[in-house]
Design a protein around this ligand. Structure first.
Ligand SMILES: *Cc1c(COP(=O)(O)O)cnc(C)c1O
Length: 460
């Protein structure tokens, strides 16, 4: 290899190693100084190029300090994890491979690792071995792809080819969601021409679970969207009841399990996860609880043919699909794609089924520690902490907002705000492999300190 290329890649590895080594101990939020440093990037495109080492130096010196420390153990926003070292390493190698995962012939290795990962996940989640699936950018796209498969299946049963004819003049199908359905499901419905607002909305209970008693009669022209893991409370919709009713009626059930689906790896959550495997399609994220690099989502569809019919580039491509081998491009919204299945495979192999279960159980345990600690300090926890999500109120909306701001500024940990059933709350999502008991204790102390300082203005 050219010595310059080798020096460049070693430099990149060293800088990344230094970053990863320091990220756990630095403030989670970006400092004002680091934000100011981003101005270094704002100059006109140069006429002539800059040496690659210099490009990397600029990226590291001005860019690294302006990252949010989501890769550390004390970022509790957005239900996202941090990338496991095994997946960062696999990602580096796969980036060097520069594979186009579109077709099996453009990357046999990417296609094979997708096959294997899909089988492993199907097994771990208790889904049929021949479930169809694809590796997409996130749960948003996974919801989109799954609902496209649902739209195809329902309309083709009614004799309508939606991929060819669109929705003009199509028989009507009905979509049922809950009050608590994630915004990305609404967006997927909008993109699919099914309409964000043209839905039947079922009320939820105080945990954010769909009230099954309020579900309208189902039929075979209906898609029911449920969720495994409410983004605020972590609650699961009653999948068992919904899926049984839907089965009888011939309706399609889609599960948004962006983070919650991973709880299926553990038997500790059986009462809540029961019935999820009876659904017709599932969306989940790799970059949340599985802790792989962005961007990484997975769509799974019981009837693989429905996903394929919805996603194929065109009928001519279908002919190339071998009887034995899955052609990745037939199942994804994208054509050219990075080989993100590599990291999913690496995470699953590195952790094993028990490791995934352990990660989920450990982070849920930390959520309970947060809840107990905050309650003991006199603050109100608004949700039943049954998973990895904690909602805490520090008093009035203004006080809670001020505590969040103080906490973020201080930088020991990072939590965002939310409004839960009319109450302003701070949301703690524990999803990262990197979070330790010490991180939890330090963060809990920081929360209590920030809250007390805000509430009575004193310093502790
Ligand atoms: C995060 C999340 C999504 C969206 O996932 P992206 O990876 O951001 O596309 C959808 N549904 C739920 C419940 C989520 O938590």
């Amino acid at each position: 290899m050219n010595a310059e290329v080798e020096a460049l890649l070693r430099d990149a590895a060293q800088r990344a190693i230094a970053y990863v080594g320091a990220v756990r101990d630095r403030p989670v939020a970006v400092s004002a100084e680091a934000l100011q440093g981003l101005e270094a990037f704002r100059h006109p495109l140069p006429e002539t190029g800059v040496d690659a080492r210099e490009v990397l130096r600029l990226l590291d010196e001005s860019g690294s300090p302006a990252t949010v420390a989501t890769a550390g153990g004390r970022f509790f926003g957005l239900v996202v994890g941090g990338a496991l070292p095994a997946t960062v390493a696999a990602n580096w190698l796969a980036t060097a491979w520069d594979q186009n995962a579109c077709f099996r012939h453009t990357s046999p290795v990417a296609a094979t690792l997708e096959d294997v990962s899909l089988q492993w996940m199907a097994r771990m989640f208790g889904l049929p071995a021949d479930v169809g699936g694809a590796f997409v950018t996130g749960a948003s796209m996974a919801n989109f792809a799954a609902l496209a498969a649902a739209r195809h299946a329902l309309l083709s049963r009614l004799g309508w080819d939606v991929e060819a004819q669109g929705l003009y003049g199509a028989p009507e199908i009905r979509v049922i969601v809950s009050e608590e359905t994630h915004v990305t499901v609404g967006k997927a419905l909008a993109l699919l021409g099914l309409g964000r607002q043209r839905v039947t909305v079922v009320p939820t209970d105080r945990h954010g679970r769909m009230q099954v008693s309020r579900l309208p009669a189902l039929d075979d022209r209906t898609i029911v969207c449920i969720q495994a893991g409410n983004v605020n409370t972590g609650a699961f919709d009653p999948a068992d009841e919904v899926c049984r009713m839907a089965r009888q009626a011939g309706a399609w059930v889609h599960v948004d399990g962006a983070f919650g689906l991973w709880a299926l790896a553990s038997d500790k959550f059986d009462t809540r996860t029961q019935g999820i495997a009876l659904a017709d399609s599932w969306a989940t994220d790799g970059h949340k609880w599985l802790n792989v690099p962005y961007d990484s989502g997975i769509v799974l569809v019981r009837d693989a043919a429905a996903l394929r019919a919805a996603m194929s580039l065109n009928a001519a491509y279908l002919a190339q699909d071998g009887a034995e081998q899955r052609e990745p491009s037939h199942y994804t919204p994208e054509s050219s794609r990075r080989a993100r299945g590599v990291e999913i495979w690496a995470a699953l192999l590195h952790l094993g089924r028990q490791g995934v279960a352990g990660l989920v159980e450990r982070t849920c345990g930390y959520a309970r520690v947060f809840a107990q600690g905050l309650q003991a300090a006199g603050f109100e926890v608004l949700n039943e902490v049954a998973l990895n999500q904690v909602l805490v109120s520090f008093g009035s909306p203004a006080v809670t907002a001020a505590v969040i701001e103080r906490l973020q500024e201080e930088g020991i940990c990072w939590c965002g705000g939310t409004v839960w059933q009319g109450r302003t709350a701070m949301r703690i999502s524990v999803s990262s492999w990197a979070t330790t008991e010490a991180d939890v204790q330090a963060s809990l102390q920081a929360m209590v300190r920030a809250a007390k300082k805000t509430v009575d203005g004193r310093t502790y």
